[in-house]
Design a protein around this ligand. Structure first.
Ligand code: GUN
Length: 286
């Protein structure tokens, strides 16, 4: 039986620490504020944004949700982001993705001021993460995965880590954070040969490919720690990860569940990044 790395307890602890930092800022007259821009009517995005509002309320962070219609133009969206960049009462900016098809996410991301980029998606933050620079805002999902790993393995040095998936949002920054923790990192993707064999040798396996139950017990060794970033629907419409939990769980040392795993930590790290942005702004003023 594997150890189950639950997001609920770890996220609660993380948010409790954020709430203490928020209180300390309030004593200095600063109220941390996250602005979330939601364009259009994507039902999943609406659920995610509601979750962020709830997390903010729990941590004592102000949330300001700017809802824009599906018909919003690129210029209107960029102007909204620019106004938030200039607004000193806003410490973190998040533009919910995906955007409607006629809008370019990349140019929106590039417009967000790096010091308010609590998603960690801007080129400046991406560069700082790959440099291993602590001033970076670490993208929320990889940072949450690292906290989950540390909870079962405090010393990651020398561990063989395999990252499945090379997205800019998860796979690539995940590899940077594992490397900064002195892991030996292998990145795998859709063109990788002998995938199962490479994964079987991993001490740490991070699955972020967006394919329901892709990772089966043939992909894991018995001492592996498996982190499942996937958020998919199975053939019955039930939420599931990239890992076939039922077959993999008995075969490994530790594993994260879906739901109740990485997703909750992603949300908690967003709160952590927002309070960090507010603390940084406070330092700049001092
Ligand atoms: N859509 C789904 N997850 C995320 C996220 O972490 N950040 C943003 N901006 N959009 C998302």
């Amino acid at each position: 039986m594997a150890q189950i790395i639950r997001g609920k307890e770890l996220a609660a602890l993380c948010k409790q620490q954020v709430a203490e930092r928020v209180k300390a800022l309030e004593e200095r007259g600063v109220k941390p504020c996250l602005a979330v821009v939601l364009v259009g009517e994507n039902p999943a995005s609406k659920v995610y944004v509601a979750g962020k509002e709830k997390d903010c309320a729990e941590c004592g962070i102000l949330s300001r949700v700017l809802r824009m219609p599906e018909t919003t133009t690129q210029e209107e969206l960029l102007d909204t982001v620019k106004a938030l960049n200039e607004d000193e009462s806003v410490h973190g900016i998040l533009v919910q993705l995906p955007l409607p098809e006629n809008l370019s996410a990349q140019s929106v991301i590039e417009t967000i001021a790096p010091e308010k980029d609590v998603d960690g998606f801007t080129p400046i933050n991406t560069g700082l993460v790959s440099l291993g620079d602590a001033r970076a805002f670490y993208p929320c999902t990889p940072s949450g995965c690292m906290k989950m790993l540390y909870s079962v393995c405090p010393d990651l040095a020398g561990k063989r880590a395999v990252v499945l998936g090379r997205s800019n949002i998860v796979g690539k920054p995940m590899a940077s954070l594992l490397l900064a923790a002195d892991c030996t990192v292998t990145m795998c993707h859709s063109k990788t040969k002998d995938l199962a064999q490479i994964c079987r040798n991993a001490d740490i396996l991070v699955a972020a490919i967006g394919k329901a139950k892709f990772v089966t017990k043939e992909f894991v060794g018995k001492d592996a720690i498996v982190i499942d970033v996937g958020m998919n629907r199975d053939e019955n419409g039930k939420l599931c990860g990239d890992v076939d939990f039922d077959s993999v769980e008995p075969a490994v040392y530790a594993i994260t569940p879906v739901p109740g795993g990485v997703g909750l930590m992603t949300r908690a790290v967003l709160m952590e990044n927002t309070v960090k942005a507010a603390e940084n702004a406070c330092k700049t003023l001092a």
